[in-house]
Design a protein around this ligand. Structure first.
Ligand SMILES: [Mg+2]
Length: 433
């Protein structure tokens, strides 16, 4: 991609994150040591019956061969490919040298696998030039020292930088400036979004959502609940708003979106329907913020104390791709810990069901301080005191007698969730590629 986005022609201001990824790492190292194989299909993997492809040259990929594919299938797809057994010691040695090159550029290196890493080059700009220039320097250095190629994504945040390096492959560099993120994301398949795996991808496809743009243009995401019998207790209504805010936020995150506007719908026993909406200073995909806004909208509706409700709903509209929202957030003062906490909860919910973890206010009806659950705005939405998946595990109330979740971000600790052995992994396995 260097061709259409040469460094210097793209504005890389603010693009301080680089994702560097070796191209077809194991296969490239093998071809380097056997120059006669250059330009031919090569597959690295044990030749045995049940083994899988560890790495394949782009010439082999042209036949449909992919990493992690059973070797038997790869051989059917590309019978002429040369199969080479792996030399892991050699790859590890090359990896150490490559990582040393990264370390010579910046101390801020976060390796993701043997052959890829994020680099924050903020501190290297004065010494080495702009981010794209630094990316080209790394590519030239590795090419010169190791005789293999890599691709570099340059962006304001990690998520976009990683997508950019993939788009730049092989042997390229791609800058995605902050104001180009949406244009870059929209044509990508939904699978490009954080957290969208095979299952969610199928679910979104069933809704007709195949690209990021499909999701971004979807009008709204939300949830509503009709009570079994009409309710006039504000505490019960706020608790329902909390539950619906959680569902709405999960829906947003699952779709890779953030919302600019929160809408609350209140239907009275006589079917009069009231909607109130508020546009937030910055888009959000956080239950905590959606809930706080919902409570304010509910209060602002000025319902009579005896008003009986048959239905409440929470909707998020004005959707934007959450990656774009995140790059804005980087400059805001919103605590990142909320986002991380809620994403961690998504993963737990994905594995154990949405009942495995939920806000303390939804665990039981009372708080030790006698205040209504979740009635105190953001602080009361605390996601601490989460409910252990098994009732025999400790969790829930805090030993200091304070209400669960009263401490804000610092108190978001994911204690009380299922302990060790949950095997939570947040990132897709980064195989050599
Ligand atoms: Mg790679």
């Amino acid at each position: 991609m260097t061709g259409d986005r040469a460094p210097g022609t793209s504005d890389d201001t603010g693009c301080h994150i680089l994702h560097v990824d070796m191209d077809a790492f194991y296969a490239s190292v093998e071809v380097r040591d056997r120059p006669g194989l250059a330009g031919t299909p090569v597959i690295v993997g044990a030749a045995g019956g049940r083994s899988v492809v560890l790495s394949a040259t782009y010439e082999a990929r042209a036949f449909g061969v992919r990493s992690a594919m059973p070797m038997s299938r790869a051989r059917r797809l590309c019978p002429q490919a040369v199969i080479i057994p792996p030399r892991h010691g050699l790859y590890a040695a090359v990896s150490r040298e490559v990582m040393a090159v990264f370390g010579s550029v910046t101390p801020e290196v976060e390796p993701l696998a043997l052959d890829e890493a994020f680099l924050d080059v903020s501190g290297a700009l004065r010494r080495l030039g702009g981010p794209a220039q630094i990316g080209e320097l790394i590519r030239a250095t590795i090419g010169g020292q190791q005789g293999i190629t890599c691709s570099v994504g340059v962006a304001p945040c990690k998520f976009i930088a990683k997508l950019a390096s993939t788009a730049a492959k092989p042997d390229g560099l791609l800058v995605i400036p902050a104001d180009g993120i949406l244009d870059f994301l929209h044509p990508l398949p939904v699978s490009a979004l954080w957290g969208v795996g095979e299952r969610t991808g199928r679910f979104l496809a069933s809704l007709g959502l195949r690209t990021v743009a499909d999701i971004a243009h979807e009008k709204s995401i939300g949830a509503e609940e009709t009570f079994a019998s009409d309710v006039d207790d504000p505490e019960v209504i706020r608790r329902e708003l909390l539950r619906l805010s959680g569902r709405t936020a999960r829906g947003l995150r699952r779709a890779g979106c953030a919302a600019r506007t929160v809408v609350v719908k209140l239907r009275l026993a006589d079917f009069t329907t009231i909607t109130r909406s508020r546009t937030l200073p910055e888009p959000t995909d956080l239950a905590q913020e959606i809930y706080a806004t919902s409570c304010e909208l509910y209060a602002a509706a000025g319902l009579d104390a005896r008003a009986r409700l048959r239905l409440v709903g929470v909707r998020a509209t004005g959707l934007v791709a959450s990656a774009a929202a995140e790059s804005q957030l980087a400059f805001g003062d919103r605590p990142a810990s909320w986002r991380e906490a809620e994403r961690a909860l998504d993963m737990i919910a994905g594995r154990f069901g949405t009942d495995a973890v939920r806000p303390a206010a939804l665990v039981d009806g009372s708080r030790p301080d006698g205040n209504p659950p979740g009635g105190a705005g953001p602080a009361g939405t605390g996601l601490t005191g989460t409910r252990p998946a098994r009732p025999d595990l400790p969790g829930g109330n805090r030993p200091d007698g304070n209400p669960p979740g009263g401490a804000g971000p610092a108190g978001t600790g994911l204690t009380g969730t299922r302990p060790a052995g949950t095997g939570l992994t947040g990132v897709r396995p980064a195989g050599p590629g």
